[in-house]
Design a protein around this ligand. Structure first.
Ligand code: ATP
Ligand code: MG
Length: 197
């Protein structure tokens, strides 16, 4: 199986994440895309706003209608920071025959040097970098050659959707609507539970 992996804090999941997963699935002919919410994200300056179980639940609501999308809870069950290398190693142990494609936005890729044991990442999965915001995909290619010489890193242009979890949280805090930025079921639960107010 060719499996795409999309890690993130998902605080909360939004249509930007989902559209990236769908476009990469199509372009790379992936059998499935697995969403992997981070337990304790090593890179965020502060703790996530919602606990792992609730972020996980929102991701489940978001992907349940897509036959090729799945959610993995393995990062929430490990203690300590959620390092991507550990996750990829565990997935390779579980399913040694799968081909893994680790998907990340350009904003995340330009900081990859700060990730735990980042040099090992391309041995464990093919990295797939998608554009985000105004960041320049071309300069990222040079960064990739420097950091991972001789390794293939894929750069894919996807539809630009200027949506971030930060912006969703900001809208909620200022009492504004998040409709059509997140799946409807996700919006309903966020509003019912009074999240991010
Ligand atoms: P926050 O604003 O809290 O950082 P976020 O919207 O960046 O949230 P994350 O959970 O941090 O969401 O992102 C997970 C992954 O998805 C990262 O690799 C990120 O680059 C990518 N991503 C998120 N939103 C988009 C988007 N709109 N377009 C392209 N990639 C995205
Ligand atoms: Mg982010």
């Amino acid at each position: 199986m060719r499996v795409g992996l999309l890690g993130g804090t998902f605080d909360p999941i939004h249509l930007g994440h989902l559209r990236v997963a769908e476009e990469v699935r199509e372009k790379l002919d992936l059998s499935e895309v697995w969403f992997i919410p981070a337990g304790v994200p090593p890179h965020k300056r502060s703790e996530p706003h919602l606990p792992f179980e609730e972020r996980l639940r929102l991701v489940r609501l978001a992907v349940e209608e897509h036959p090729a999308f799945r959610v993995l809870d393995l990062e929430g069950r490990r203690s300590g920071p959620s390092y991507t290398v550990d996750t990829l190693e565990e997935l390779r142990r579980r399913h040694p025959d799968h081909d893994y494609f680790f998907i990340l936005g350009l904003d995340a890729f330009v900081e990859i040097e700060t990730w735990h044991e980042f040099r090992r990442l391309p041995e464990l999965a093919t990295l797939v970098v998608v554009n985000r915001g105004d960041l320049d995909l071309e300069s990222a290619r040079n960064l990739s050659k420097r950091l991972f010489p001789g390794r293939e890193v894929l750069f894919l242009q996807v539809r630009r959707l200027d949506i971030s979890s930060t912006e969703i949280r900001r809208l909620r805090r200022s009492g504004r609507s998040i409709r059509y930025l997140v799946p409807e079921a996700v919006r309903r639960r966020i509003e019912e539970r009074g999240h991010y107010l």
